[in-house]
Design a protein around this ligand. Structure first.
Ligand code: HEC
Ligand code: HEC
Length: 153
């Protein structure tokens, strides 16, 4: 019985304590990621994207299995992707070479990026057409918020 009373008292203290806690004050420059006042409108810092041509870029590490690979080479020459023109496909659409990556050659898009017709012909899936939705260009930028996520564990 003694224990029960102590427990109720502890809960009451917790509840009471919670109600009496001072409101947390946040300064206007500690709310956003930019570390300036939320009333400012700072220009985003300029970042330099890769200027390497695909032939020299090599490939980048994958963060976890099935993560979309990062784009290792320059993109400025190959964008925008429009309904009529998709330069990425000119190099990466090689249905006959799926899974056969050769050093320095474009990695063939995987089978998941195609739809198969009744006669087994592969056509690029519409939902994969805008490559940069998932494959991000890379630039040297600092980490805004660190984290220790590791997809391989
Ligand atoms: C002129 C040919 C060419 C064009 C155009 C091109 N790429 Fe590439 N891409 C390559 C080559 C070559 C590699 C591999 C480099 C290596 O292995 O050394 C590569 C690698 C990649 C990779 C990394 C694959 C992996 O195995 O990790 C991605 C993702 C990629 N490209 C996406 C794109 C996207 C998105 C576009 C269009 C905006 C594009 N590429 C346009 C030739 C090209
Ligand atoms: C909806 C997201 C999405 C879009 C859009 C997309 N991809 Fe991918 N891509 C992925 C994911 C996820 C993987 C890794 C898993 C897999 O192999 O399916 C991948 C893998 C790849 C690979 C590596 C293949 C290998 O065998 O290692 C290449 C190259 C590639 N994509 C190119 C492209 C190109 C070029 C386009 C545009 C025509 C494109 N992707 C559009 C998500 C996407």
């Amino acid at each position: 019985m003694k224990f029960k009373i102590a427990f109720v008292a502890a809960v009451a203290t917790l509840l009471g304590g919670g109600l009496q806690a001072d409101p947390v004050a946040l300064m206007d420059d500690a709310i956003g990621l930019s570390k300036t006042s939320v009333f400012d409108d700072p220009a985003p810092p300029e970042v330099a994207y890769s200027s390497l041509d695909p032939k020299q870029s090599g490939i980048l590490p994958r963060f976890w299995e099935d993560a979309p690979p990062q784009v290792p080479h320059r993109l400025d020459k190959f964008l925008p992707i429009t309904a009529k023109a998709n330069k990425c496909l000119e190099c990466h659409e090689e249905p006959e070479k799926i899974g056969k990556k050769a050093k320095g050659k474009p990695t063939p898009m995987p089978e998941s990026h195609y739809v198969k017709s009744a006669d087994d012909e592969l056509t690029v899936a519409n939902r994969r057409y805008v490559c940069t939705l998932c494959h991000a260009p890379q630039a040297e930028v600092g980490t805004l918020v660190g984290n220790s996520f590791r997809g391989d564990q």
